[in-house]
Design a protein around this ligand. Structure first.
Ligand SMILES: Nc1ncnc2c1ncn2[C@@H]1O[C@H](COP(=O)(O)OP(=O)(O)OP(=O)(O)O)[C@@H](O)[C@H]1O
Length: 338
């Protein structure tokens, strides 16, 4: 098993800075997700770990060994891309084994590894097919099998599920996570989908404009976002951020904290029945849940209520929340202690 460490990694193209001061520890055998909006530097970070991009400053260590100046092939990492990068003219067997023949792994050994990976990923019956005869999910598994036969202990994945439909994506998330745990792989996985990140990761690294905004276990990130950016990026619907004005929710009489600039409330932490008057602007019925978009003073607040609740747009309601459901942030968006 291999750990990964990034120390002071920076990357610039000319005057445009893509990454600054990235310090990161990925423990051996864990699943680390790089998460963030488009352009925040996720792929660049991954490519620097892989050796496909050189850092402008800083060091990459794999298992304590400085690999900063080593070419990709000598780093012991495998990579799975969004488009799978399969060869259309080769069958599944040869696609899986491609890297082995390049590295002159002996045929008997190569066949054994291919058979094992195919078995593990449910591809054994498909070895003679061409990629065009496979579903998206099967192609994704072939790309994964190719990474596995390389026997790299570090697997780097750049949005590997983004070409799959929602249902298959869900299924592959579970499969990938199980496989990673079973084989004890160290995985660094790039996505912009926070639900994917939260459901798969041991550690979520949230990036914003080339810096680490917060790195934490999914539960810790959800329970105590360190900034308003993290608060609004994680969770569906997103956390409500209510602007405060002189210790009250702006435009209302509702008393909040005099020292904070923002009050954060998760939609599921707000309930019907309380003493905060609100007007329902619109509703979204989702079966199990009813999402209410309400106005409190001049602020908008989203409430996740039970699907059984009978509330319609235009209604006046009263909302409430527990004291410990309140998150406070200062004017710069930094979390304040409760
Ligand atoms: N080869 C390059 N030359 C110049 N700028 C680049 C290059 N590659 C990436 N960038 C810039 O670096 C920043 C980070 O890019 P990166 O691809 O790492 O973002 P990302 O978070 O993976 O985004 P996305 O989710 O859209 O793929 C962006 O501003 C991007 O425009």
């Amino acid at each position: 098993m291999s750990s990964i460490q990034l120390a002071g990694i920076a990357k610039a193209w000319g005057t445009s800075r893509a990454l600054e001061a990235i310090d990161l520890q990925v423990d051996a055998g864990t699943f680390c997700v790089l998460l963030g909006p488009s352009g925040c530097g996720k792929s660049t970070t991954l490519r620097i770990i892989a050796g496909l991009e050189t850092a402008s400053a800083g060091q990459v260590l794999i298992d304590g060994r400085d690999v900063t100046n080593l070419p990709p092939a000598q780093r012991g990492v495998a990579m799975v891309f969004q488009n799978y990068a399969l060869f259309p003219h080769l069958n599944v067997r040869d696609n899986i084994g491609f890297g082995l023949s390049v590295r002159k792994v002996e045929k008997g050994e190569a066949d054994k590894r291919i058979a094992h990976a195919a078995e593990l990923l449910g591809l054994a019956a498909l070895l003679d097919r061409k990629p065009s005869q496979l579903s998206g999910g099967q192609q994704q598994r072939v790309a994964l099998a190719r990474a596995l036969v390389a026997q790299a202990r570090v697997c780097l994945m750049d949005e590997p599920l983004s070409n799959l439909d929602a249902q298959l994506r869900q299924q592959m998330r579970t499969e990938l996570r199980e496989l990673q745990q079973r084989l004890g792989l160290t995985v660094v996985y790039v996505t912009h989908d926070q639900a994917e990140a939260m459901s798969m990761a041991d550690q979520v690294v949230l990036l914003n404009k080339g810096r680490i905004e917060q790195a934490a276990q999914p539960r810790a990130l959800y329970a105590a976002p360190g900034t308003t950016f993290a608060a609004s990026f994680i969770g569906t619907p997103a956390m409500n951020l209510l602007q405060l004005d002189g210790g009250r929710i702006a435009g209302s009489d509702v008393v909040a904290s005099p020292r904070a600039a923002w009050l954060g409330l998760r939609p599921e932490a707000v309930g019907l029945g309380g003493d905060v008057p609100a007007t329902v602007r619109s509703t979204e019925y989702l079966g199990a849940d009813l999402i209410l978009h309400c106005d409190v003073g001049t602020q908008s607040i989203t409430v996740r209520s039970s699907g059984e609740a009978q509330v319609a747009a235009g209604e006046r309601v009263r909302l409430g929340w527990a004291d410990d459901a309140m998150h406070w942030f200062d004017a710069e968006g930094r979390r304040l202690p409760a």
